[in-house]
Write a protein that binds this ligand. Structure first.
Ligand code: EPU
Length: 417
């Protein structure tokens, strides 16, 4: 297993370019199952989760070819059932249910397993698919769904906002008969990006990116070409990296408005963030940060996927910051590891109380999940001495060339085999 060795204390300077969004590309790859014609997806990040999704599509019968940042998929003939236990390992793959049901009227997938950040049930996906007319059974660790007459449009109101649930239902509804209305839908930019691709494929969708999405079912979809949006979580992680190291970073190829909630907090904490142009942000900090409370929320609120990184930042801010996690019930695994580096963090239910500023010192730490590992990298960048982060396969799931990008702006970082 690889580890990362980081020698802290170097302010980051220079320019870093953001990759395509992991959480947009996964449902978009699933969407290619909706047509027998070729699809071309551009700006695809080279991540283990993306290769994993490629394998799932492949096992379903699709031809998948990666060519640098481009992936070509042709799902000419696919099967709705298969031995793809992989879903247990990557939750994002649950969104193949919608497209399989829409196109083949049947789907059989293994139930996703638990996850370190919380239980993460899929009851809302299943309830929505049932409302569209699917009959669903669970047995032997599998979900079997059939819709012998095809799916039919209806109004579905999510009792709680779910990102992949919204994406799954959109993909099920595009080939359903009649109109589907999804209320209390997730407004994340990744949902809107998926809808953009589907519209290029011939789907009729209105309102993606808002809380109410209307879909008129069509008889068939065709092939399309699409470039993935920038990864706002990767961009946000680099914004924090500049602030925590007291550096000056220009983050290119991003969408500034997608990081609005984080930018507001960084500015309140004393970092200088400027929008250079519509795809470039510049962050400067000379230290002297102040603590600012944060509460995670669905988009456009403060992303849960940036909570761990923000916690690392607050260890370096003067005062007490209360960080409230409202999306997942167990997403504070990083707190303990940050404490091993010298942070003062107390956990109380869904709140972390971070007392700063504390000098961090390098230590051997273990990455527990993707965003927790990012927070350890950030802490290591500012810590005195060397930090070794184990189990970096977690970070490789969601950050493309992390050590290359950080080294490019001055970090002393290297991968150990
Ligand atoms: N929920 C249910 N039932 C469901 C679905 C969700 O109770 O059927 C609950 C979840 O347990 C959670 C909340 O609703 O408490 C929100 O979960 P959501 O469904 O929105 O999460 P997700 O779609 O499984 C995506 C991202 C996550 C990100 C969350 C929240 C992908 C592939 N994953 O997960 O990304 O944290 O939305 O924004 O898009 C990451 O990238 O590190 C990551 C975990």
């Amino acid at each position: 297993m690889d580890s990362l060795l980081i020698k802290g204390g170097v302010p980051l300077h220079g320019e870093v370019n953001i990759s395509g969004a992991k959480n947009a590309v996964l449902p978009i790859m699933a969407a290619t199952l909706l047509t027998s014609e070729p699809c071309v997806i551009r700006r695809v990040p080279n991540l283990s989760d993306v290769r994993f999704m490629g394998q799932i599509l492949n096992w379903l019968g699709a031809q998948v070819r990666f060519e640098g940042e481009v992936v070509h998929v042709r799902a000419k003939k696919i099967k709705g059932a298969g031995d793809y236990d992989l879903i247990r390992k990557m939750r994002g793959s649950i969104c193949i249910m919608g497209p399989l049901l829409g196109r083949l009227r049947k789907a059989r997938v293994s139930l996703p397993g638990g996850c370190v950040i919380g239980a993460r049930p899929i009851n809302l996906h299943l309830a929505g698919l049932e409302q569209l007319g699917a009959q669903i059974q669970q047995a032997h660790g599998y979900i079997e769904a059939v819709a012998p007459q095809g799916l039919r449009g209806t109004t579905i109101r999510f009792e709680r906002i779910t990102v992949t649930g919204t994406e799954d239902l959109i993909m099920a509804a595009v080939l359903a008969r009649g109109e589907t209305v999804i209320e209390n839908a997730a407004r994340e930019p990744e949902v809107a990006d998926l809808a953009d691709l589907l519209v290029k494929m011939g789907a009729q969708i209105e309102g993606a990116g808002t809380a109410t999405i209307r879909i008129q079912g069509v008889a068939r979809l065709h092939g399309a070409e699409h470039a993935i949006i920038a990864d706002r979580i990767e961009a946000g992680t680099f914004l924090v990296a500049a602030a925590i190291t007291g550096g000056d970073l220009t983050v290119t190829g991003c969408v500034p408005e997608h990081n609005g909630a984080l930018i507001t907090k960084l500015q309140a904490a004393g970092a200088e963030v400027t929008e250079v142009d519509r795809s470039t942000l510049r962050v400067r900090s000379e230290g002297g940060l102040r603590s600012v409370d944060v509460s995670t929320a669905e988009y456009p609120g403060f992303a849960t996927d940036l909570q761990a990184q923000y916690m690392a930042l607050m260890t370096q801010a003067e005062g007490i910051a209360i960080i409230t996690e409202t999306i997942f019930e167990n997403r504070f695994m990083h707190a303990q590891e940050l404490a091993r580096m010298g942070a003062n963090i107390r956990l109380e239910g869904n709140q972390a109380i971070v007392a700063g500023r504390k000098e961090l010192t390098g230590a051997g730490v273990i990455a527990s999940d993707l965003r927790a590992s990012a927070s350890l990298v950030l802490a290591a960048l500012v810590a005195r001495g060397e930090t070794v982060i184990d189990r970096v396969y977690h970070i490789d799931r969601g950050y493309e060339k992390i050590e290359g990008k950080l080294a490019g702006v001055g970090a002393q970082i290297r991968r150990l085999d």
